[in-house]
Design a protein around this ligand. Structure first.
Ligand code: CMX
Length: 439
């Protein structure tokens, strides 16, 4: 069965569950909200629903119920590789089913038909002034493609009805996922490689084609597959996923929604942390001036950062209370890759892993002193030659498109309404505080 038909069957199976919950159990209480949560960025308030992935604070991410190692083991692999194709993962993320080899071939074929990036996207990137951040290039490129949104066209047609709207969101989402690798590689070669663009090779799977367009030899194809899969989703409350969901809840199409999500991903407390980690590490290496890094000088540098009122990038998390399982997956890749495990940057990242949690605990502010994905991701990219760290969030974004697009497709399928949380005033909070709660 093709991906779209399997997805349709899953949607039809799931709709009655949502309707039953709303009709029969709609008034059942599932939480109380404290003043701390209202003022504290809505931590832990269960007001979003997504089956695409779930984040346990003490275990880490599960995609469709599977941990990262279980996901990697279960999915069909790319030809000659131990890593799954991104296409297999996309099928799994959307449907929750492990695709057969034939299903994966269907997605590969489907993506080839969708991957043509409209010429005007490259014109938009070229028109931006020199010095523009690569995330602005990406967000502008995504927004420019809104012109051809199938969802927007459907919405404006007399045929529009809510029940079928997911199909058009799925179409836009699939187009976006299939096109992003070429746009990202274009940005890289245009911005850092003197406009020396490498054209796409449609014979390759998405990860291998991305490596080809970047001009980087294997095993960078595996790095890309792994990287995009690991970054795809982190349940739906994180800034990029939540923003995309919020904007799409106004029936804005996938291009409007993901461009907005990308602007959130570009924040230093979120996806930009991957560039900030490398900037911190390279700055520290420079200051060492040839001295070997060790726990003492790393510890001093961490205190310098904290005493300057800055955050240690790559450490801490709004939900996790242990080392991020994405960090573990990337670290294992480093340990299993000859050359990489002896790389000076990797060694330095390992010293940071031994040192930063203790320093952050002593500092006493963060609820989670352990590393997140961004503490390790740039180390791998730098080893394979991508040392231009302000490009790293673009790589994150290629992966994150899968989670966000799967989510907004399902949002439309299950007719989730316009998102509109209630805001209150400080006066009201003070009144409720004095009377022991909202009466
Ligand atoms: N370095 C220094 N201080 C930190 C810290 C860090 N790595 N992580 C948290 N803190 C501080 C917070 O700034 C906050 O300080 P104040 O009390 O002065 O406001 C305090 O510890 C409590 O924060 P928290 O509840 O532990 O963490 P939050 O949920 O508020 O924030 C996060 C989470 C990720 C923004 C934060 O840990 C951070 O800034 N980390 C560094 C940036 C980073 O790596 N971001 C990437 C996250 C993963 C991703 O989205 O890609």
């Amino acid at each position: 069965m093709s991906l779209k038909r399997t997805l349709k069957a899953k949607i039809e199976e799931t709709r009655p569950r949502v309707q039953r919950l709303l009709k029969e159990y709609g008034t059942v209480k599932i939480d109380d909200i404290t003043i701390e949560q209202s003022l504290g960025g809505a931590r832990d308030i269960p007001c979003l629903v997504s089956d695409i992935s779930y984040l346990d604070p003490h275990e880490g991410i599960r995609f469709r119920g599977k941990t990262i190692p279980e996901t990697m083991a279960a999915l069909p692999k790319a030809h000659g590789s131990v890593y799954p194709t991104v296409e297999a993962f996309w099928y799994f993320l959307l449907t929750g089913e492990i695709p057969s080899e034939e299903n994966v071939q269907d997605v590969l074929y489907d993506f080839k038909g969708r991957a043509n990036v409209p010429y005007y996207v490259f014109d938009v990137i070229r028109a931006l002034p020199k010095g523009t951040h690569p995330m602005v290039m990406l967000s502008s490129a995504v927004l420019a493609m809104q012109r051809d949104s199938k969802f927007a066209r459907y919405y404006n047609s007399p045929r529009f009805n809510k029940t079928d709207a997911w199909e058009y969101m799925y179409e836009d989402g699939s187009d976006l996922v299939a096109r992003l690798p070429e746009i990202a590689a274009f940005i890289y070669r245009y911005h850092y490689k003197n406009c020396d663009i490498i054209t796409t090779n449609p014979e390759l799977d998405l990860g291998a084609n991305f490596a080809h367009m970047m001009g980087i030899a294997p095993p960078y194809d595996d790095v890309s597959r792994m990287y995009f899969i690991v970054h795809a989703d982190h349940e739906s409350g994180n800034v990029s996923a939540h923003t995309t969901h919020l904007v799409a809840s106004a029936l804005s199409d996938a291009y409007y929604a993901y461009s907005a999500g990308l602007n959130g991903l570009a924040g230093p407390l979120h996806g930009l942390a991957s560039q900030e980690v490398l900037r911190w590490i390279m700055g520290f290496q420079k200051k060492l001036n040839g001295e070997e890094p060790n726990k003492d000088n790393v510890s001093r540098a961490l205190w310098d950062t904290l005493n300057a009122g800055q955050v240690v990038p790559g450490y801490g998390h709004a939900v996790l209370r242990v080392t991020d399982s994405r960090y573990v997956a990337l670290r294992e890749f480093c340990l299993n890759t000859p050359g990489l495990r002896d790389d000076p940057l990797f060694k330095l990242a390992s010293i940071l892993y031994e040192t930063a949690p203790g320093v952050l605990t002593e500092h006493g502010r963060t609820k989670n002193p352990w590393p997140n994905v961004d503490a390790q991701s740039g180390i791998i990219q730098a080893y394979f030659g991508v040392r231009e760290y302000d490009f790293y969030t673009v790589l994150f974004a290629v992966g994150r498109a899968m989670g966000t697009m799967a989510n907004i497709t399902w949002d439309r399928a299950l007719s989730y309404p316009l998102e509109r949380p209630k805001s209150v005033t400080l006066d009201l909070l003070e009144k409720w505080a004095q009377s022991g709660g909202r009466k």
